[in-house]
Design a protein around this ligand. Structure first.
Ligand SMILES: [Zn+2]
Length: 301
């Protein structure tokens, strides 16, 4: 089955691209930047290909190419509008179904000029590219703050790709996008060491693993909580948390970070949103024997 149902000529988009929820006093919007078509092998480079293929088959997914969701989050806390990650932009022409963030923010009534803060889980191009897309920087406020772990900005000055397993072309594209991003936004960076409270109830915390400065965002208000896990958790990570994703710069540490986070969320019952879980990605985590179970939230209309 192949669906390109994102739009029809001259009409509005037919697929849902935003999902709103409340976390106590915080307004949260999950916005889709589109999807990335990536080789199925990216799921794990330390798994037996037959086991990997069996997982895809069990999930009713094709064996060769997997469509990865690309979720971005907008949080409103008090007078602040916080964009968490920014999607792909136009950084990699081979991924034409992504890079829709600016359009979809506009469709959701969110003016780029209203964004006071950007929080980056890390500096891979599918998370920062949207900030480099045509006309975006000019529409953002000159006093915009961009929060990113100090270790992440440092890493991309001289990145290590020795442990990744990416399709050809990706390492160069990731390097050059990160460099362009640092050059464009350096004066607006607000680096933090271990954690930083961006606004009341919005805490960004460095985990490392996926990249040295990879971070997750913990939202808490009233009795409610929600974690945006960035790339700490992928769809396959519930069944196979020990599988090394091709984009992880320190795969052993990434697996430890994933297991620790999934265990914690399973224990607390706190909901999870992650970049590459199927849109809108709001879900819970359950324990299933030695591994985990992904429990998508029922949509709340
Ligand atoms: Zn990513």
């Amino acid at each position: 089955m192949s669906l390109d149902s994102t739009s029809h000529p001259g009409g509005p988009e037919l697929v849902p691209s935003r999902y709103a929820l409340r976390v106590g006093e915080l307004d949260v919007l999950v916005v889709s930047d589109g999807v990335l078509s990536l080789p199925g092998a990216m799921l794990a480079h330390n798994a037996d290909p037959a086991v990997r293929a069996a997982w895809l088959k069990d999930m009713f997914l094709p064996p060769d190419v997997l469509e990865w969701a690309l979720n971005v989050v907008v949080v409103r806390s008090g007078g602040r509008t916080i964009l968490i990650d920014a999607g792909m932009g136009a950084e990699f022409p081979d991924l034409p179904r992504s890079g829709r963030l600016a359009l979809r923010l506009e469709a959701a009534g969110i003016d780029l000029a209203s964004v006071t803060d950007v929080v980056l889980t890390h500096m891979h191009m599918d998370h920062v590219g949207g900030l480099l897309a045509g006309g975006v920087k000019a529409r953002l406020r000159p006093d915009l703050r961009v929060h990113v772990a100090a270790a992440e900005a440092e890493f991309w000055e001289s990145p290590d790709f020795s442990r990744v397993s990416m399709p050809p072309g990706f390492p160069d594209a990731l390097r050059s996008t990160a460099k362009r991003f640092l050059n464009a936004y350096r004066s607006q960076l607000r680096p933090f060491e271990a954690e930083h409270e961006v606004a009341p109830g919005v805490l960004v915390r460095r985990t490392g693993g996926h990249t040295p400065g990879h971070s997750v965002v913990r939202l808490a208000s009233g009795g409610d909580r929600l974690t945006f896990a960035g790339d700490a958790v992928f769809a396959v990570g519930f069944d196979h948390p020990e599988w090394y994703n091709g984009f992880e710069h320190d795969p052993e540490e990434a697996a430890r970070v994933r297991v620790r986070l999934l265990r914690e969320l399973a224990a607390t019952g706190e909901p999870l949103v992650a970049t590459h879980l199927s849109f809108p990605s709001v879900c819970h985590v359950a324990v299933a024997g030695d591994v985990f179970r992904w429990v998508p939230a029922f949509w709340d209309y």
